[in-house]
Structures are given as structure tokens and as C-alpha cells.
Design a protein around this ligand. Structure first.
Ligand SMILES: Nc1ncnc2c1ncn2[C@@H]1O[C@H](COP(=O)(O)OP(=O)(O)OP(=O)(O)O)[C@@H](O)[C@H]1O
Length: 488
């Protein structure tokens, strides 16, 4: 079971000194960094209490953060209150298991020791000694950006602990993995339009917030969209971001609204209620004040990102701004609906050539059929405009994208309260788990779920068919498209 560690409190004290406990290594560079780490870093009390002084920076937002009442902050406050220097140290944390290895370091599931209501976190451990100067600057960027964030669809940085040559970032743990892995579990590697609309809306709101802070994200892709325990998203990986000036503005926008006059039975009687009565619709002009915060003057020349998601201006290398995120948003929509990206070539060179060519995005037939697909296609076409000055979102930011008919009916201020879609591979946690607690004993509901999964597994083995549908869950054995997007 993928996330057993989330439920089962273990007595294991995963030590970094043990190479046998760590099995999830992704690259040779990660492996070499591990070899070095394995000699020196030990998350035992000895290291953090006596020999190595550590400095903690709790997120500046501790007192202001919108989630300051949630159990994570409460647990951190409890731990630091008991700490002699009122700081959080590595000794306060107990590692549960290794979650994955990235470009900069390894990520562990952990919780606070001696906490009455154990609360889980993800701890990103970066060994600065094995990183190049360029990667060190990425660490700096990531830590700096994380410390600025206070948004439900972005990680909270609970603490930064610098101990010896390690920098450790304590952030929210997302038990549902990333959207790329979730897509790979769906039939045809794609999601239904309603689910796409849900995830796209949340990503859009997160990008809007980043842009309002002057942050250009530059690495939007399903791999970087983690799914929280409650099914909502959390954008991750901020090491490729760049920061620019932004001047938020309120603008007045005129628009014509088509309305039906309010009608009471009395009024209807008076009007006679005929076909051509005053019951017909009428148009009125409205003026609304809109908040727009798009870093329109943002400019960078470095070519960073992930091949299939790179905007043409990034590929050309003549400089780019926040429009690269709106291009990537178009690619992201296409991939969720179609299962693959639109400019993917046999090789990375070919992919870049296709992006840079003047050819417009092509839509396979299935992307043209079905409810909401016409609107989706129109939105994708408007986002994948090669000239950034004509691309949707580049002038007034997310506001223009939110108004597109694809998102019609979305009540943006209530987006956090929307029920996440029920899709295959998304495990809903109980309220307790969703708040981030580790539970020692498996609940009757979980036991029931385990039995249900086990019996389904046996049934699907017996009948050996390709796709089995059981209400709304599918067991799919098809052509797998596993390659995740690697960065430039
Ligand atoms: N907050 C989190 N909750 C759960 N799992 C996480 C979390 N953060 C990272 N992970 C897991 O750890 C792995 C490594 O994450 P990390 O952010 O270091 O690298 P990455 O996503 O590969 O990005 P990079 O491009 O910086 O290498 C991810 O692939 C993901 O599986």
C-alpha cells in the first residue's frame, strides 16, 4: 500500500546513516549525493543536541498565516515552547519514511516527537556540500519563495532548519502524491472534463497568487502538482521561479449582462403572460472593479523549465516574462484532457523544434467531442498563442482566463470549498487524517476499505479483462505512458 506510513505509526527511526532503508533514488547525481549524505547526516538526538548547532527560521508568517490555528502550527508552537531556545531543531522531528528524491535533495515524511496529537509534515533535506553553485542558488530561491507563501494551494513553510551543511525545509505533506502519477492511473491517462476543470481552477488560482507576488513559476507540470489529503492541490517546487516587480491594480471593466426581470405571479397576471410579454430577457451594462496583478514587466533570459512545457519565447532565448506560465497552463490543460502534451516529439530536439515552429496546436478527434470540449479547445488555443503579447492572460493575468466560458459557473471565491472529484487513485483521508494526523490504529472504515480493495483485486485477477468498471472505479490495464517530464 502506497501510503501505509501515513497511517501506521512506526517505531523506526529512519537514520540517514542507513543506506538500506533508502530505496527510492532517481538519478545518479542523487545517488552520489546520497553516498555523501549517508556518511554524515544522522537524524538522531546526538547530532542535533550536542555537536551541531542548528538555526531555525520559522516562517515569518507564524503569527499572520491564514492557517495559524491549524494543528500543524499548534504542534510547532508546542514544540518550540518546550525548547530551551524556543527554536525548532532536528531532534524535535521523527522521520517516518523516504518520500522521494529530487534535484536538490531528499524528501521525508516526518512528525514531531512527543506531540500529543502527532502531526505529519514533509521534510526536504538538502545537502549543500554536494550542490553546484547554480543548484545552491536554486535552494536559496526555493527557500525564499516558500517563506513568502500563504495560500491554501501552496505549501506552508513551517520551519527552515540549517544544521551543519544541511538545509531542511519543513512543509505540508501531501499523501495523495502528484497529479502526474494520478493521471497515469486513469484510463487513457486522461481525466474527465469536470475533474480537469477542478484541478485547472485550483492551479489557476495558485498561479494568480504567485503572479500577484511578482513570482513567475516557470515549472508548471503535473509532476509539480501534489494532492493534499483532502483532494485539493498544492503546487510544489519553486527553485526555478524568478521574482519581478508587480504593481497590483484595480480596474473598472464594463460588460453587458443578459438578465431576466424578476417576476411575481401578480406582475405576470398584469402583463397578460403572452409569448411576447415583458418576460423576455434584456441586456444591461454593468461596471465592475477588478483586481489585476500580473508582473507584465517581468523579464528573464535563462532557459529553464521542462521541454514539453517550454513556451516558444523560452525556447528562442530572447527573454521571457510571466506569459510562460500561461503557455504552460495551456499545455497542462491539453495533457490532462488528452493524456499527452501537444508538441511532444521523438526526441527533446524535436519537441523544441515543434514548439518553435509556426504550426498551431493540433487537436485529436476525442479532444473535440463531448460536453465542455469545445470550450476547452478554445481556451487551449488562446493560451497556446506563440506570440506572448497576444496570449490570453499576458495582459491582465488570471482574471481574463477565469472569465473564459470553460470556467463558466465556477464561483472563484468558494473554490476552496468545492468537493474534489472522485477519481481513481485518489484516496480520501478521514477528517482526522486530512488535518494531517498520524493514527496508530487502523480505523474500522480503513479496514473495510482494505477488504474492499483486496476483494476487488482478487475479482479483477480472476476475470482477466482489460477494463473493468465498477460504478465509478476502473481497473485499467493499458498501454502505459510513464515517462515523467524531465527538466531542461
Ligand atoms: N510535500 C510533499 N508531500 C509528499 N511528497 C512530497 C512532497 N514534496 C516532495 N514529495 C515527493 O518527493 C519527491 C522529491 O521532491 P522534490 O520537490 O525534492 O523534487 P522534485 O519534485 O523531483 O523536483 P526537482 O525538480 O526540484 O527535483 C517528489 O517527487 C514527491 O514524490
Amino acid at each position: 500500500m502506497e501510503d501505509d506510513g501515513y497511517y501506521l505509526e512506526t517505531d523506526l527511526d529512519f537514520s540517514f546513516t542507513s543506506t538500506t532503508t533508502d530505496r527510492t533514488f532517481t538519478s545518479s547525481s542523487a545517488r552520489s549525493s546520497l553516498a555523501r549524505s549517508s556518511l554524515t547526516l544522522s537524524f538522531n538526538d546526538r547530532l542535533s543536541t550536542a555537536t551541531t548547532p542548528s538555526t531555525t527560521t520559522s516562517s515569518a508568517a507564524t503569527t499572520l498565516h491564514h492557517r495559524r490555528q491549524d494543528p500543524h502550527w499548534t504542534a510547532i508552537r508546542a514544540a518550540t515552547t518546550l525548547s530551551s531556545d524556543r527554536r525548532l531543531h532536528l531532534r524535535h522531528l521523527k522521520l517516518v519514511r523516504h518520500l522521494g528524491t529530487g534535484n536538490l535533495g531528499r524528501v521525508f515524511l516526518c512528525h514531531l516527537r512527543d506531540c500529543p496529537t502527532p502531526t505529519v509534515f514533509a521534510l526536504k533535506v538538502i545537502d549543500r556540500d554536494v550542490l553546484t553553485a547554480k543548484k545552491l542558488s536554486h535552494v536559496q530561491t526555493e527557500a525564499e519563495i516558500l517563506s513568502m507563501l500563504d495560500h491554501p494551494f501552496l505549501p506552508t513553510l513551517y520551519a527552515r532548519i540549517d544544521a551543519s551543511h544541511y538545509t531542511c525545509l519543513l512543509i505540508d505533506y501531501c499523501p495523495n502524491g502528484d497529479l502526474h502519477s494520478l493521471l497515469r492511473k486513469q484510463p487513457g491517462n486522461r481525466l474527465p472534463v469536470s475533474s480537469v476543470r477542478f484541478f485547472a481552477s485550483e492551479v489557476l488560482v495558485a498561479l494568480e497568487y504567485l503572479h500577484a507576488l511578482g513570482i513567475v513559476y516557470r515549472d508548471l507540470k503535473p509532476e509539480n502538482i501534489l494532492i493534499r489529503g483532502d483532494g485539493h492541490i498544492m503546487l510544489s517546487d519553486f527553485d526555478l521561479c524568478f521574482k519581478a516587480e508587480v504593481v497590483p491594480t484595480f480596474r473598472s471593466r464594463r460588460f453587458r449582462r443578459v438578465s431576466t426581470p424578476p417576476s411575481s405571479p401578480r406582475r405576470r397576471r398584469r402583463r397578460g403572460g403572452g409569448c411576447f410579454s415583458a418576460e423576455s430577457t434584456y441586456e444591461r451594462e454593468e461596471i465592475v472593479a477588478e483586481f489585476a496583478a500580473e508582473p507584465v514587466t517581468a523579464f528573464s533570459k535563462s532557459c529553464v523549465g521542462t521541454h514539453e512545457y517550454l513556451a516558444p519565447e523560452l525556447v528562442a532565448g530572447n527573454g521571457h516574462g510571466s506569459g510562460v506560465d500561461w503557455w504552460a497552463f495551456g499545455i497542462f490543460l491539453y495533457e490532462m484532457l488528452h493524456g499527452t502534451t501537444p508538441f511532444r516529439g521523438e526526441t527533446k530536439e524535436q519537441t523544441l523544434r515543434k514548439i518553435a515552429s509556426s504550426d498551431d496546436v493540433a487537436f485529436p478527434l476525442e479532444l473535440l467531442e463531448g460536453e465542455g470540449m469545445r470550450e476547452a479547445k478554445d481556451l487551449i488555443q488562446k493560451l497556446l498563442v506563440k506570440d506572448p503579447t497576444k496570449r490570453l492572460g499576458c495582459a491582465r493575468g488570471a482574471q481574463d482566463i477565469k472569465r473564459h466560458p470553460f470556467f463558466e459557473g465556477i464561483k472563484w471565491p468558494l473554490i476552496r470549498n468545492y468537493k474534489p472529484p472522485e477519481i481513481r487513485g485518489l484516496v480520501k483521508k478521514s477528517t482526522k487524517a486530512h488535518a494531517g494526523h498520524v493514527t496508530g490504529v487502523s480505523s474500522p472504515r480503513r479496514r473495510k476499505w482494505l477488504w474492499w480493495t483486496l476483494s476487488n483485486l482478487l475479482r479483477s485477477k480472476r476475470s482477466n479483462s482489460k477494463i473493468q468498471s465498477n460504478n465509478n472505479s476502473y481497473h485499467y490495464v493499458g498501454k502505459s505512458y510513464n515517462a515523467s517530464h524531465k527538466r531542461v
